[in-house]
Design a binder for this molecule. Structure first.
Ligand code: SF4
Length: 308
């Protein structure tokens, strides 16, 4: 087993915020999390894309805290306004035990949700769990605001990368997620992830075993941002698997932001799907619109999916 990566939290640069606080001494940076991970939820989840949820569910471990502050966050009670009393503070061994418990429950994979600010704690736990018999794929399900340097340090420990691409417009990122440089960072992040795991691969049952699947949530009235995001993905590779999500609703503080204080229209979503196809991005998952079933890759023809 390698030397624990958690030792790198003495001057935290786990994510692009580079707060440089000593989390091992109890200091907190932007994400609000000390050295121990805080888990809000661990259980089987059936609402991810078909290759992730499959038939037995994805073994989801949802971390408290976040390195973004999205005004439309659907999980703000977990990411931004969590109560210590509603989370479990876990050691490396305890997190590894959760992973093994989910595998025993039949999970197709272990799916770490919002891991960017606990990347080293997570990867230390993966090594412990693998030493005790973890064999299912590990999914790194992040907002995309990751440190390329940190990702390089965990190479080989993640099987499936499931990042968002939120913005290719830094003004939008500042306004909606309190981040100055998302658009600058995301290209390198996706390139590193693709280099590590390649394009999405599935087994005979259509379950992801390895690779990159990128998510993009289409925001109402922000179609130019969506076009730019899809363009970047096509530039990365037209074979990139992308999940184009229509589920936006004005949660949390979004009603105070004119323009995103409504749901997405079908016409807006259709326009973005057409744009993706025009770019040659044919490995696209779409949500819930019967007329668009033909856009789904063969292994994904399991009907609409619903992301939590
Ligand atoms: S992980 Fe947290 S403390 Fe570390 S750089 Fe990112 S926001 Fe700051």
């Amino acid at each position: 087993m390698n030397e624990p990566l958690t030792g790198r939290l003495t001057r935290c640069e786990c994510c692009p915020r580079k707060c440089r606080v000593n989390r091992l001494e109890g200091k907190v940076g932007f994400c609000g999390i000390r050295a121990s991970v805080q888990v809000s939820y661990a259980g089987l989840h059936f609402g991810e894309e078909p290759p992730i949820s499959g038939t037995r569910g994805s073994g989801t471990i949802f971390f408290a805290g976040c390195n973004l502050r999205c005004v439309f966050c659907q999980n703000y009670q977990i990411s931004q306004e969590f109560q210590q009393s509603q989370t479990r503070t876990l050691t490396t061994d305890e997190l590894a035990s959760d992973m093994l418990r989910l595998q025993d429950a039949g999970a197709h994979n272990i799916n770490f949700v919002s891991p960017s600010h606990v990347i080293f704690q997570v990867t230390d736990a993966i090594e412990v769990a693998q030493g005790k018999g973890l064999v299912v794929p590990v999914v790194y399900n992040s907002n995309g605001y990751d440190s390329v340097d940190a990702l390089r340090q965990i190479r080989g420990l993640v099987d499936v990368y499931l990042p968002d691409i939120k913005y290719l417009d830094d003004e939008l990122g500042k306004q909606l997620s309190a981040v100055d440089d998302y658009a600058t960072i995301i290209s390198g992040v996706l390139g590193e992830m693709l280099d590590q795991v390649g394009h999405l691969e599935v087994d005979d049952e259509g379950i992801a075993v390895r690779g990159l699947l990128v998510r993009h949530l289409v925001l109402p009235g922000c179609l130019d941002n969506s076009r730019r995001c899809l363009h970047l993905l096509a530039d990365l590779s037209r074979d990139t698997f992308v999940s184009i999500m229509s589920q936006y609703s004005p949660q949390y503080k979004a009603c105070a932001y004119p323009g995103i204080d409504r749901t997405l229209t079908e016409a807006e979503y259709d326009e973005i799907i057409e744009y993706a196809l025009d770019l040659g991005l044919e490995n696209a998952f779409v949500q819930g619109l019967e007329s668009q079933d033909h856009y789904l890759p063969d292994f994904a023809r399991q009907g609409p999916f619903d992301l939590a």
